[in-house]
Write a protein that binds this ligand. Structure first.
Ligand SMILES: [Zn+2]
Length: 141
């Protein structure tokens, strides 16, 4: 005797016992295999238990890959900012205002600012984005 995990066209899953694989095929073709819940004769064999057991192990890899790419993305953003933005350090608010009022050529800058400076920038309508920075950079004098 062999046991098959079966599912009907309505999504019910159940177990069916057959003498052998050929018996299952014959009974299925004759419409003798029916769902115990809704009596539907459209029955499909589910993948064997072995295949189901393997699934979690296989799906673990894409998850790990997603985590890695997220870390890579974070690093890429950091690298992009470091490469393409002028580091003006604590003069960020001053430089941002200069650019905002046309005293200096528009350019990408990065740096640190105090809460008060950020408030001023917002009041002046300066667009800026705050990014999380490494702890060491946060330790302002
Ligand atoms: Zn059913």
């Amino acid at each position: 005797m062999i046991a098959y995990d079966l599912t009907c066209c309505n999504g019910h899953t159940f177990e069916g016992w057959f003498e052998d694989a050929r018996t299952f095929q014959t009974q299925k073709q004759k419409g003798l295999v029916t769902c115990p819940v809704c009596s539907a004769a459209e029955i499909t064999r589910l993948p064997s238990t072995f295949a189901i057991k393997n699934k979690p192990a296989l799906s673990r890899r894409p998850l790990a890959a997603a985590k890695t790419s997220l870390e890579t993305l974070g690093r890429q953003i950091q690298e992009y900012v470091e490469t393409n933005f002028d580091d003006v350090g604590p003069d960020f608010a001053k430089e941002a205002l200069k650019i905002h009022y046309g005293a200096e050529k528009p350019r990408n800058i990065r740096g640190v600012s105090t809460e008060q400076e950020e408030k001023t920038l917002r009041e002046e309508g300066v667009d800026f984005v705050k990014l999380p920075v490494p702890v060491s950079a946060k330790d302002k004098p």
